[in-house]
Write a protein that binds this ligand. Structure first.
Ligand SMILES: Nc1ncnc2c1ncn2[C@@H]1O[C@H](COP(=O)(O)OP(=O)(O)OP(=O)(O)O)[C@@H](O)[C@H]1O
Length: 254
């Protein structure tokens, strides 16, 4: 049954909130402001794409929003909890229980099999993935005949699919994905975007996805455009053509 978004109450309706978040790398004249005073609410049960030219701060945004990186100033909330007041242990616990993350570089554990990699977040957080859902994710990602392999025995696209499966099996409240279709062919990418769309529509999970691909972004409910660490535009339910046009304009301006 489709998830009824209207049932989410106002106070629990936010998956993530960034309040005046700035992230600066380094100090002095060489310092880089990767995120510049970003304020943003991400609604539960929404699918957001984040786009912008290379170096505009997309990965930094995702890492700060997911609590993987601490902002230099400003506050990030996850599911109503301020991350600013949490020590590393509490932050890790919160992330493990609520957040799934697909890294741009996959970050699979090389000594573990595909199956063990997929089961790792559940083992760390003590949550057992529902068996039916786990099988569905593995099947839909085309990994059923690779479960005994190790990451080094897989292609880049297969490793990316394992990273996506690992992030999805525990049904996290929020899934953050950094270029999750970057290493995939068009048809596999479509299958994965359809899967991401369905976890939003059917179970009310929240997806935030960085992408360079206007077609991938068109699966989202809204698209945020970052330039020089700032959100400069937002589009609601745009088609791929409009997104591509807008990106071209931003890149020309930059
Ligand atoms: N650990 C770091 N130390 C220093 N500077 C960094 C670090 N990480 C990112 N930066 C800088 O912050 C800025 C934003 O980087 P970020 O990776 O967030 O951009 P991006 O939009 O994701 O880029 P791309 O599309 O190329 O992956 C860049 O200028 C980058 O060089």
């Amino acid at each position: 049954m489709p998830f009824d978004k209207s049932r989410v109450s106002a106070e629990t309706g936010l998956a993530s909130r960034l309040d005046a978040v700035t992230k600066t790398y380094g100090r002095g004249p060489g310092a880089v402001t990767a995120l510049d005073n970003v304020t943003l609410d991400i609604r539960r049960g929404s699918f957001t794409a984040v786009m912008g030219p290379s170096g505009s701060g997309k990965s930094t945004f995702l890492h700060c929003a997911a609590g993987l990186d601490r902002p230099t100033s400003g506050v990030v909330h996850l599911g109503g909890v301020s991350l600013a007041g949490l020590n590393e242990t509490k932050l890790t616990e919160l992330r493990r229980s609520r957040v799934g993350f697909v890294f741009q570089s996959f970050n699979l554990v090389s000594s573990l099999t595909v199956q063990q990699n997929i089961d790792l977040p559940g083992r760390l957080s003590g949550t057992r993935a529902e068996r039916g859902w786990r099988r569905e994710v593995v099947d839909r990602l085309g990994l059923a005949d690779r479960l005994g392999h190790r990451p080094a025995q897989l292609s880049g696209g297969q490793q990316q699919r394992v990273a996506i499966a690992r992030a999805l099996v525990t049904r996290p409240d929020v899934l953050f994905a950094d270029e999750p279709t970057g290493a995939l062919d068009v048809r596999t990418a479509q299958r994965i975007l359809t899967l991401l769309r369905s976890v939003v529509d059917e179970t009310g999970q929240t997806v935030v996805m960085v992408t360079h691909d206007p077609v991938a972004a068109s699966y989202a409910d809204s698209v945020l455009f970052l330039t020089d660490g700032r959100i400069v535009d937002e589009m609601t339910e745009p088609g791929a053509d409009r997104i591509a046009e807008h990106m071209t304009r931003l890149e020309v301006r930059g």
